[in-house]
Ligand binder design. Structure first.
Ligand code: NAD
Length: 295
């Protein structure tokens, strides 16, 4: 089969390279950033000149793009996938998206005879490199089973959550919980720094105690190293939380904690940290304390 991959950045890059490494499929890439594409062609993928050219020649087309607006433009634009992919091909969106955008795109694809799975992923860039991410899939069972070997070539777990829209729903709920954990971890670390405790010792305690979580470890390790360069940009985390809060609002679920985390993210972005890693919520506390935390 010929596999097309559009958007080979922090997450798409390693996922695409694992398809190249772990399957015999021909892989074609397209990215607006030539360096991102080059990291895949160096391994044996070929580069397409445009989304339209890639879509026309591939049996399965995957995207991993930042915002719902990017997905809509690439999927449904005049030069996009729906307009140029062959009937009978499959489109898989790995981006974190709004459920309603996923449903809109799937309906437009279906009208052109293109099957669609929405398949957001979780695990971060290290697990994407290792091929151990989890994929939560919305779409028809038959389509899921047909594409499962491809998905398994770059992930450890593939969970078929339900129809199109349910993959995004699962992803947004997961990320809302993860960001709440990250914000709580940042606040705990700030309290530790203010109290004058040895921060490495505090880390050793919490990482072996009931306050431990993957987000605690990530925020602490990122902060202690003082390297906030993005593996998962705060701007993308803000997008995810915005979509989760919109979902909660639409469903009438009262928000107690996540809206506070949104305020923390807004302060972080206003301070100029949006392009940094999502762990940069810690920097809001560093600014309040007027000192670095754990370094
Ligand atoms: P990224 O910004 O690193 O990568 C996105 C890539 O898409 C970039 O290389 C960019 O040049 C390319 N791109 C943008 N518009 C394009 C277009 N019109 N045509 C072709 N290429 C285009 O972002 P990322 O961190 O890899 O995130 C991608 C998606 O995965 C997002 O929806 C994000 O929320 C989600 N996600 C990210 C992580 C993470 O840890 N980084 C984890 C899980 C999910």
């Amino acid at each position: 089969m010929k596999i097309g991959f559009i958007g080979v950045g922090n997450m798409g890059g390693p996922m695409c390279r694992n398809i190249v490494r772990n399957t015999n499929h021909q892989v074609v890439v397209f990215d607006l950033n030539p360096d991102a594409a080059a990291a895949c062609t160096a391994l044996g993928a070929s580069a397409a000149a445009s989304v339209a050219a890639l879509a026309a020649e591939c049996d399965v087309i995957l995207t991993s793009l930042p915002m719902p607006s990017h997905v809509e433009a690439v999927a449904l634009g005049a030069d996009g996938i729906a307009a140029h992919a062959r009937a009978g091909s499959t489109y898989i969106d790995l981006s974190t998206n709004a459920p309603e955008t996923a449903r809109k795109v799937a309906a437009a694809m279906a009208a052109r005879g293109i099957a669609m799975l929405e398949a957001p992923v979780s695990g971060g860039t290290a697990r994407a490199e290792a091929g151990t991410i989890v994929i939560m899939v919305g779409g028809e069972t038959q389509g899921f089973e047909a594409q499962r070997p491809l998905l398994a070539s770059f992930s450890a777990e593939q969970v078929h959550v339900g129809e199109v829209g349910m993959g995004s729903t699962a992803k947004l709920i997961n990320n809302m919980l993860a960001f709440c954990n990250a914000a709580a971890a940042a606040e705990a670390l700030a309290l530790g720094a203010a109290a004058g405790i040895d921060m490495k010792k505090l880390y050793d305690v919490i990482s072996n105690a009931s306050g431990d979580s993957p987000q605690f470890r990530k925020v602490a390790q990122t902060g202690f190293a003082g390297d906030f360069s993005a593996t998962f940009a705060l701007d993308l985390a803000h997008k995810d939380l915005r979509l989760a809060l919109a979902m909660a609002d639409g469903l009438g679920v009262p928000g107690m904690i996540a809206p506070q985390v949104m305020t923390l993210m807004r302060i972080a972005r206003a301070a100029g940290y949006g392009g940094q890693d999502s762990a940069a919520v810690l920097r809001v506390y560093e600014d309040a304390l007027r000192r670095p935390i754990g370094r």
